[in-house]
Design a binder for this molecule. Sequence first.
Ligand code: MN
Ligand code: MN
Length: 302
Amino acid sequence: MILKIDRLPIQLPTPKNPSPNDAAAVQELLGGKFGEMSTLMNYTYQSFNFRGRAKMRPFYDLICSIAGEEYGHIEVVSYTINLLLTGVSKRGMDPVSAPLSDGTKARNTRHFIASGQTALPMDSHGDFWTGANVFSSGNLKLDLLHNFFLELGARANKMRVYSMVQDPTAREMLGYLLVRGGVHALAYAKALQVYTGVEVTKLLPIPDMNNDAFPEAQRYMKDGMHRKLYTFSKEDYQQAGLIWNGTHPDDGQPLEILQGSMEGYPAPDLEEEPQLHSPGGDSFDPQMFADLAKKMGIKYPF
Ligand code: MN
Ligand code: MN
């Protein structure tokens, strides 16, 4: 089962230059072959399908912990896309003035037609994410090898999107995910090493794992986020620590396993886009909820 937290792992700044084409590029990191939808669903299915976990429990716990974190990654990439798309068409209720006309210049017109100028589970080309991106062979060694490869492919894509998109919102998200992806790549390398004895970490960097070129990543490194693995569970998945231990190959600092999640930050509230009737609800009177909330003792901000 999953327990949800209404927070994002990082604080996303407001975009300096909201741009539908920047948002389209970032879509690759959500619904591309190497995007967060793929990492989330790969590890999720591998955890559901894990056989013989009594013997191999630490590997199971590691995959489950990382799967839990990937959920927050699809959220943070989606919010980045949403913020980049907020305010990029003319606001108003008059369709005759063609408030969405700028959408025809956007690389991904579905952001304006099929959604409320928000993220969709698709790649930078507008192709929908597919379950064919999930590799769950049932062979643990093969799955771990695939996961190691997947994290490195994801890193390569992130580095390229960083080079394409200069907006601070996108780069903050990228700085964070480059650091966290590094944790996952190292975790799968260590898992393969524990399992097979092969020193997989010697294959790194593929691509360059060094984050010195990314100022946004540096802050997270200072906080030690490159050394911490979270279980995303109050009590379960502790045995991931039997694999995630020792020191970080870059700085020799100790690797840490933390029960639960990072503290997180409130997700940004997305402004209304009336020309898209998003969210609509102009005739809805929230007083009804306010009255009921008072009776029930539930906090309701009205
Ligand atoms: Mn991720
Ligand atoms: Mn990952």
